[in-house]
Design a protein around this ligand. Sequence first.
Ligand SMILES: Nc1ncnc2c1ncn2[C@@H]1O[C@H](COP(=O)(O)OP(=O)(O)OP(=O)(O)O)[C@@H](O)[C@H]1O
Ligand SMILES: [Mg+2]
Length: 384
Amino acid sequence: MDETTSVEEAAVEDSPVARELDRDGFGASAAGEEVVLDVRDLRTHFTTRWGTVKAVDGVSYNVRRGETLGVVGESGSGKSVTALSLMRLVPSPPGQIVGGEVILNGRDLLKLSEKEMTKVRGGEISMILQDPMSALNPVFSVRNQVGEAIQIHQGLRGRDLWDKIVDSLRKVRIPAPAVRAKDYPHQLSGGMRQRVVGAIGISSKPAVIIADEPTTSLDVTIQAAYLRLLRQIQREEGVGIIFITHDFGIVAKMCDRVAVMYAGRVVEMADVRTIFNNPLHEYTKALITSVPKLEEKTGRLPQIEGQPPLLYNLPPGDAFAPRSPLPHTDKDLQIRPELVEVEPDHWVQLAHSSVADFHKYAHLVSYGDEYKDEIAAAKARDKS
Ligand SMILES: Nc1ncnc2c1ncn2[C@@H]1O[C@H](COP(=O)(O)OP(=O)(O)OP(=O)(O)O)[C@@H](O)[C@H]1O
Ligand SMILES: [Mg+2]
């Protein structure tokens, strides 16, 4: 086998399968109906000298088989700490998961022993890093690193282990996998290294993969290759992906549904079309209008007006109220808004100060009565 990796890669990217997968940019959706991961009212706090930081303050979202759930929100909104909590990898101290449920394949991960969790981690749920250099150890061969994951989770040895290593590499379309398995990371191109990381990620047949985009931007072509790889893995393995990003352009291309996070909570969750065409929460609207053009590569989330709140000093109620274009009173800062399903599959954190159509859905929440007068006024306005 010769070493012209770039030629091999070009052949892979140009294959009919790769082209087939790439119809809508990063490949067609493989979403199913069955919920594989259900996160309910998750709470993770950090104890700091300024007080308790409620980094994750009652997050609920779910992931279906074969779908990509995008998680968006400004820096510090709790996207990564939520992901780490699912894996039970929050540094403790200072962090602690203080409440909620993480139901994966029918059981609550928060109730497992550390020993049981070690099997689940990197097994049923795993994380793929975008930067392959920080994910691979330069002193071990590909065979070693892919093999380690398989050994831990499936206990294979000898010939069976070797076959499984080669099979995992073949699945992520590494050419001549039996030859490549003996290489060390530095002998591979960037794209091939990413595929190896992908092979490690899927070798244990996970139900869910978490992809947390690093804030530092990578080379655009490496990033595109990474997104294509994720989609390909998803289609073939039926795995659900949690895709954490700042980039709304990528959300539009990659994701089936989107969860928008603000101050440690989900404020809106819906399919990607609804999020872009019919957002109900003022924070979602602000995020979307602050993206100049979806197609532009530079569609990163610019700052929206006002400061993100300090998480150790959150009001119990609507944390977005002070930045919302809608008026607010003390009442809005005191009443904790519920995340409710206002239309099938469209969830909104229903706060009077952040949802202009609050009066249409107020009957869905217990604190609707508190806003009787405001609701009557809004309905009168609608009629005239
Ligand atoms: N070890 C820690 N100790 C104290 N606070 C922490 C710790 N780790 C995270 N936090 C706080 O938790 C909050 C949520 O952080 P998180 O990393 O989840 O944000 P994020 O949404 O992923 O942001 P980004 O988009 O910048 O990655 C932040 O306010 C952060 O300061
Ligand atoms: Mg993060």
